[in-house]
Write a protein of this length. Structure first.
Length: 350
């Protein structure tokens, strides 16, 4: 299906419906306040175009009985890697975070971060939800109530020096979001530096790193296009990597909701929402990329032949992950095959 513009979709409730909701549930009937905590500034793409519209939609659908307070940039304390624990222990009610910020803790999610697995964010995100329900819901994520699982668009190399071939990575210190991407960059010859994305601006400014791998859409929020001059993309439908995200709720908080408010959360959760979040995030790659173009930055787009060389060089990372998963009692090859099949299915359906 083709998704409409994000703001249109999320704000589609008509004035008539909202008026009816207001009449049916006056402000005094508000029953639940939920705190949503995340690590990016409020004006960044994900809060602006995914999280806030989602929260607005939940509030409207509840007739004002659910209020979602939004706390950006770790305002409630802690660090980005601690967000998933905050959701589990009830320090906050809902978090947006990367499972990759806690290396090795959510191994099944890593199948979507493997090199050249994803085609586009919508397909990968819907596949991610399916695999969450099959493999993770009662396992790795048993201690939270999941609202959405998704990935960003194709990962891009942003660097001070131009990267056109594998040899150009040698000795380059590059920020990575997760242990899989750290492993990948190290295998390809770079020096990986793991850090949450909010730390990238200072690390680039101080010369701690020579570049970073992030999707285009997040680059403006950390001023990457101002701090580096070169950007490397891969052939259409081929992604060096992606990162996985979750919107997760404290399980006890969800289970304590009355059934009608649980239904409000349920109606705004799941595969379609995950696909929409992935699609929306990738949709905003274009405007962010244009900022780099307008600054006169160099953008290298590797063709299919050049991309194939990177893909071949990355295969040992996939093989190593499969072997590691086998050692954990999981069928690594089966997980890779399932992820690829689901991504292919949802790619074809678009």
């Amino acid at each position: 299906m083709k998704f409409p513009a994000p703001r249109v979709l999320f704000r589609a409730a008509s004035a008539t419906v909202l008026g009816w909701l207001a009449a049916t549930f006056p402000a005094s009937a508000q029953e639940v306040t939920l705190r949503l905590h995340q690590f990016l500034p409020a004006q960044a793409n994900v809060p602006t175009n995914l999280l806030h519209p989602w929260a607005d939609r939940v509030e409207a659908a509840s007739g004002g009985r659910i209020k979602i307070e939004r706390y950006p940039a770790m305002q409630l304390g802690g660090t980005p890697p601690q967000l998933i624990d905050q959701a589990q222990d009830g320090t906050v009610d809902i978090v947006w975070t990367l499972p990759g910020y806690t290396p090795g803790r959510f191994p099944t999610t890593e199948v979507f971060e493997l090199p050249f697995i994803m085609t586009n964010a919508k397909a990968a995100s819907m596949a991610y939800w399916d695999m969450f329900e099959e493999h993770m819901k009662d396992g790795e994520f048993a201690d939270v109530h999941m609202i959405a699982t998704w990935t960003h668009g194709p990962g891009v190399i942003h660097s001070r020096q131009k990267v056109e071939k594998l040899d150009d990575l040698k000795g380059m210190k590059l920020r990575a979001p997760s242990r899989i991407v750290n492993t990948l960059l190290g295998h390809l010859g770079a020096t990986p530096v793991g850090m949450p994305v909010p730390a990238v601006t200072e690390a680039l400014s101080r010369g701690v790193i020579d570049g970073a791998v992030v999707p285009w859409e997040v680059a403006p929020s950390v001023k990457i296009e101002e701090l580096v001059s070169h950007h490397t993309e891969f052939a259409e439908g081929q992604a060096l990597y992606t990162a996985t995200f979750v919107l997760a709720m404290n399980k006890a908080r969800y289970e304590a909701l009355p059934d009608d408010l649980k239904k409000v959360i349920d109606d705004n959760s799941g595969r379609e929402l995950s696909g929409l979040f992935g699609w929306t995030q990738e949709h905003y790659d274009g405007p962010a990329r244009q900022l780099a173009v307008d600054r006169g930055n160099s953008i290298v787009r590797l063709d299919a032949e050049a991309t194939a060389a990177w893909k071949e060089a990355s295969q040992p990372v996939i093989d190593g992950w499969i072997e590691e998963m086998n050692g954990r009692g999981l069928d690594g090859q089966a997980l890779v095959d399932e992820a690829r099949a689901l991504i292919a299915k949802y790619t074809q359906e678009q």
